[in-house]
Design a protein around this ligand. Structure first.
Ligand code: ADP
Length: 502
């Protein structure tokens, strides 16, 4: 068996999925890469090879884009009624739900996250997203618009708008929520009638490939969804630059987001970006302290801090600072770090050795600049890519650990004295993805919500996601909104039709 896991631990359907090299999905068929190359995906709890996957590159992207183009321009897909399209998306949700266990295992093995979390959050959220988007297929309405043209006096017109799919979409997704990010991207694209070439992250390609099997089983016509695994600089870059792709949707680092914008310039394809963050989480002294401590702990340590919206800059009003940071540190020390498949695990490994080194680099930089770890502060164990949940104090705004996105289980905590000082400090960052506010003063809460420059503000909660709530960034955290009705704007364009009536 080509995998380094004990079959006894794992759903047998997952073991057989991992046994053979996984191919890519192009034009409704599973195929090898043109080059014949494969790459390995690893179990981050051991660093051992989990499976072999076909390695897509420029030629494969080209074939996939051709298939998506044909499916969009000439295929049966465009002739489906909105209701038929919605039913297919709903069917995909049903199939995903039926296969919840396999997906939960695959996510846990490939990404490292606890199986319990994948079961309770990643897969159900993906199912819900598809169901929510299925409903939109029948509600993509235009408007009738009365017009008053000054240079054709007396003429009467009937004018209306049509909302049409944007076309062939390239979707490039990250490794932190592999299935859920695929769902966030595919759901609206399919509901609106686009066709897709999806490139999953090289660290976590497996759940998107299993989803590809369900897409075929659901009955989507060939070429509507193509899944091409491969690396960012090769397959990803080719997709972002492809001249026959009408839109690229990207989730990942701000650094790569900027490359995507450049790559898209060749044919001025539409671009949407969901990028990094360094989200402020602000606790006022009038908050329910125990709730805020629990909330701030989960805001940073959920998914091992590998969330673009992680509450990684913690601001606590001075009189309660020590109590809050001690409380978070105590909770951090109790977090059980271990392999995702172990039922006792609260926090798994980081996704890769590269991430481990990156996060440890930030821990070293924080220590060198004078930050003190109240909890954690180093790598955990000798095998796999584990890091201790870390709470840093003695931090200042000019430190790298406060300014830059770490994308790991590391929170930098700072006290604040005057409530009026906190808004500029919270906004003093290039990112603007999310923010948290903890207070029992309803006026203060909503004033903060108004002034924080972030795409999401959570009040007395954190990391609450719903298919109906738009998510995306201010400033360098991105362009456009995922989910909710807002995402439909990213996958449709408006056509104005003007008829002169006789
Ligand atoms: P991280 O640094 O956290 O791994 P990235 O932004 O590098 O996040 O990766 C997110 C996604 O972007 C992955 O699917 C990756 O393969 C892809 N990617 C990376 N570099 C490029 C690039 N130059 N062009 C297009 N896609 C890329």
């Amino acid at each position: 068996m080509g995998i380094a896991i004990s079959a006894a631990q794992v759903d047998p359907r997952v073991v057989s999925f991992l046994e053979k090299p996984r191919q890519m999905l192009i034009n409704g068929r599973w195929v090898d890469s043109v080059s014949g190359k494969t790459f390995s995906t690893f179990d981050p709890s051991t660093g051992e090879v989990l499976a072999q996957v076909a390695e897509g590159d420029r030629e494969d992207i080209d074939l996939a884009v051709k298939a998506a183009r044909k499916a969009f321009d000439d295929g049966p897909w465009r002739r489906l009624t909105p209701s038929e399209r919605g039913r297919l998306v709903w069917k995909l949700a049903d199939l995903l739900e039926q296969h919840l266990e396999e997906f939960a295992y695959l996510e846990s093995l490939d990404n490292g996250k606890p199986l319990t979390v994948a079961r309770a959050a990643d897969v159900p959220l993906a199912v819900d997203l598809f169901r929510y988007m299925a409903g939109w297929a029948t509600k993509l309405e235009g408007h009738t618009i009365p017009i008053s043209v000054p240079y054709t006096p007396g003429a009467k017109y009937l004018s209306y708008t049509l909302r049409e799919p944007v076309g062939v979409v390239g979707q490039i997704i990250p490794w932190n929520f592999p299935l859920l990010m695929a769902a966030w991207k595919l759901g609206p694209a399919l509901a609106t009638g686009c066709t897709v070439v999806l490139k999953p992250a090289e660290q976590t390609p497996l759940s998107a490939l299993l989803l590809g099997e369900l897409i075929l089983e659901a009955g989507f016509p060939e070429g509507v969804v193509n899944v091409v695994p491969g690396f960012g600089e090769t397959a990803g870059a080719a997709l972002a630059a492809h001249l026959d792709v009408d839109k690229v949707a990207f989730t990942g680092s701000t650094e790569v987001g900027k490359l995507i914008v450049h790559a898209a310039a060749g044919n001025l394809k539409k671009v949407s970006l969901e990028l990094g963050g360094k989200s402020p989480n602000v606790i006022f002294k009038d908050a329910d302290i125990e709730t805020a401590i629990a909330g701030a702990t989960s805001a940073i340590f959920f998914n091992h801090g590998q969330c673009c919206c992680a509450g990684s800059r913690l601001y606590v009003e001075k009189p309660i600072f020590d109590k809050v940071v001690d409380g978070i540190a105590e909770r951090a020390q109790k977090i059980k770090v271990g392999p995702g498949l172990d039922a006792a695990t609260d926090m798994g490994p980081l996704v890769s050795e590269e991430q481990l080194n990156r996060v440890c680099g930030y821990l070293a930089s924080g220590a060198a600049e004078g930050a003190k770890a109240l909890a954690g502060g180093k790598k955990h164990g000798d095998k796999g890519y584990f890091v201790e949940p870390t709470v840093l104090v003695n931090t200042r705004e000019d430190m790298k650990v406060v300014q830059e996105e770490i994308f790991g289980p590391v929170v930098a905590a700072m006290p604040f004295e005057k409530p009026e000082d906190i808004v500029p400090r919270a906004n003093d960052n290039v990112y603007g993805l999310a923010a948290g506010v903890w207070t029992n003063d309803i006026n203060k809460a909503h004033r903060m919500a108004e002034h924080l420059r972030a795409g999401t503000v959570w009040i007395n909660c954190y990391n609450i996601f719903d298919a109906a709530l738009p998510f995306g960034g201010y400033k360098q955290s991105g362009w456009g909104r995922e989910m909710g009705r807002d995402v439909l704007d990213l996958y449709t364009q408006t056509k104005a039709v003007c008829t002169r009536l006789g």
